[in-house]
Design a protein around this ligand. Structure first.
Ligand code: G6Q
Length: 549
């Protein structure tokens, strides 16, 4: 037994769950007409409705007691205070400093990091404005029209998701953003097809500047540019870099004034707020990027100061803990009813699964409780015509977040109202379902015989009691998007604090990288296949036996 599962707060929740498990959402709503008021809250332009979880005021009280007992507030203050809470890498965790719009200093080992943060922001402004205005041209004097971000994981998913979410603010007729991440050459080749090298700027975004995929893509992009423009010197005006490894960027040939620094206290998946956001600033304008930071900062202030009972990231986190640890629901769906947010599930998948997909606690012991969920999702309404079947009638109960903007962007006919109607209707169907008796009555009212109605009714029954939260944004703006991203970052933080795991390392990605080196050697014929296990040997032999293998 661990400290956590032995704690009084945990045991109280186990007992509560046993008592609570008979409560249905239908009865909870019937018995409390003020359920929405009790289980919803606002933070800036975000509204969270969490009434469609089968919880009571007592559940929330027990969960917040657990959070307090586990020292969530203390760890939160330690993060904002620059303490080295990423203990396996011995680093502070300060993405919040990148979006600190207050005058408060943020100290790391007694030194304020804010002057360096502001300096990089000022350099990002100058550079992005020069590209956008056409003052900074390519090697042949042409205006830059296409920006290609080369990065992967945290150096790709964040800026890509934001550029997609805020497409509305872009001017694709003047400037287009592209993202290349996969080492599969298809990604680079298909992106470069149709691009004019004289008008293309590459941003090599890599914290370490050693990542295999990014370095391979960057080298191929460099070769493409030099070959097409016929001049090695073109690299200086067509490449910029974002990295903590400034030495390696100059070895690549990137001019020092085009290198944008960040720091080891910024985790990859938390780095879109740093210079990793350069592609956002160039694509959408630095003012929009600053608004994004301001939205993130507003959520930070809420998270830092609101009591846990009224703290949106904490509530989302505690709902997750309830489902995962007390109801054995280990999957979580994120369903944006907003086409602009179509990459949000992929971004959150990394944020959540790389942060909390851990099984060893801060003391080095294997945990005896479940941690981070399998997170997945797709935008609505499309998902309704695909995997929602399982959500409604499958054997797994998957808690879901529905996310939508109250005001749409395009005011085209009734599209937006239909979108919102579908979003709300799905949460209703999941929560309240349709009983077998209701299904049979409906069939009879459509003229079916009693026997036929009874036979078909089980298939038409919806069990209900499938929990969901709804997050409404007033509008999807850089500010509200910043707040939404920070909301999820802090949710992940609170869960990691309760589970006593380090949410800021990612050792689980290392082994595959190591082994890929050996397999690569075998594929290239430099390592005898006998050195490999039977399966890998068979596969390598099959690949090498093919033309092109
Ligand atoms: C994120 C991870 C990982 C990282 C990529 C790219 O938290 O650490 O996704 O962002 O592996 O790393 P580089 O930025 O160093 O190329």
């Amino acid at each position: 037994m661990s400290d956590l599962t032995e704690s009084a707060a945990w045991r109280a929740l186990v007992t509560h769950r046993a008592k609570q498990s008979a409560a249905t959402l239908r009865t909870l709503f019937e018995s409390d007409p003020k359920r929405f008021e009790a289980f919803s809250l606002r933070a800036g332009s975000l509204l969270l409705d969490y009434s469609k979880h089968a919880i009571t005021r007592e559940t929330v009280a027990l969960l917040t007691a657990l959070a307090r007992e586990r020292g969530v507030e203390r760890l939160r203050d330690a993060m904002f205070g620059g303490e080295r809470i990423n203990h396996t890498e011995n680093r502070p965790v300060l993405h919040v400093a990148l979006r600190n719009r207050s005058d408060r200093p943020v100290l790391v080992d007694g030194r304020d990091v804010m002057p360096a943060v502001r300096d990089v922001l000022a350099r990002m402004r100058a550079f992005s404005e020069a590209i956008r205005s056409g003052d900074a041209t390519g090697h042949t004097g042409e205006r830059i029209t296409d920006v290609v971000n080369i990065g992967i994981g945290g150096s790709d998913l964040g800026p890509l998701m934001v550029c997609e979410a805020l497409r509305h603010y872009g001017e694709p007729e003047r400037l287009r953003a592209h993202f290349v991440s996969n080492v599969d050459d298809t990604h680079l080749v298909e992106t470069l097809r149709g691009l004019d090298p004289a008008r293309t700027l590459f941003i090599v975004a890599s914290k370490t500047f050693t990542t295999q995929e990014t370095m391979t893509n960057a080298a191929s992009a460099r070769a493409w540019l030099v070959q097409r423009l016929g001049d090695e010197r073109a690299v200086a005006r067509h490449f910029a870099a974002v990295s903590t490894n400034v030495k390696a960027t100059s070895a690549f040939g990137i001019a020092p004034e085009r290198v944008f620094e960040f720091w080891d206290w910024v985790g990859g998946r938390y780095s879109l707020w740093s210079a990793i956001g350069l592609s956002i600033a160039i694509n959408l304008g630095m003012d929009r990027f600053v608004e994004l930071l301001e939205g993130g900062h507003a959520m930070d202030e809420h998270f830092r100061t609101a009591p846990l009972e009224a703290n949106m990231p904490a509530i989302l986190a505690l709902l997750g803990i309830w489902h995962i640890d007390f109801c054995s629901r280990d999957s979580h769906a994120v369903l944006p009813y907003d086409q602009y947010l179509h990459r949000l599930p992929a971004f959150l998948q990394q944020l959540d699964m790389e942060s909390n997909g851990k099984r060893v606690d801060r003391a080095g012991h294997q945990v005896d409780y479940a941690t981070g969920p399998v997170l997945w999702g797709e935008p609505g309404t499309n998902g309704q015509h695909a995997f929602f079947q399982l959500l409604h009638q499958g054997t797994h109960v998957v808690p879901a977040d529905f996310i939508a903007a109250i005001e749409g962007r395009h005011h085209l006919g009734t599209h937006h109202q239909l979108l919102l109607a579908n979003c709300l209707a799905q949460t209703q169907a999941l929560a309240f379902g349709k009983t077998e008796a209701e299904a049979a009555a409906e069939l009879r009212s459509q003229g079916m015989t009693d026997d036929d109605a009874r036979a078909l009714a089980p298939y038409k029954t919806f069990p209900g009691d499938r929990p969901s939260s709804t997050i409404l944004l007033d509008r999807l703006t850089p500010h509200s998007l910043g707040a939404l991203i920070a909301l999820y970052e802090h949710k992940v933080f609170v869960q990691g604090a309760i589970w006593n795991i380090d949410s800021f390392d990612q050792w689980g990605v290392e082994l595959g990288k190591q082994l890929a080196g050996r397999v690569f050697e075998a594929l290239e014929g430099r390592l005898p296949v006998d050195a490999l296990d039977a399966s890998t040997r068979g596969l390598v032999t099959a690949i090498r036996g093919q033309p092109g293998g």
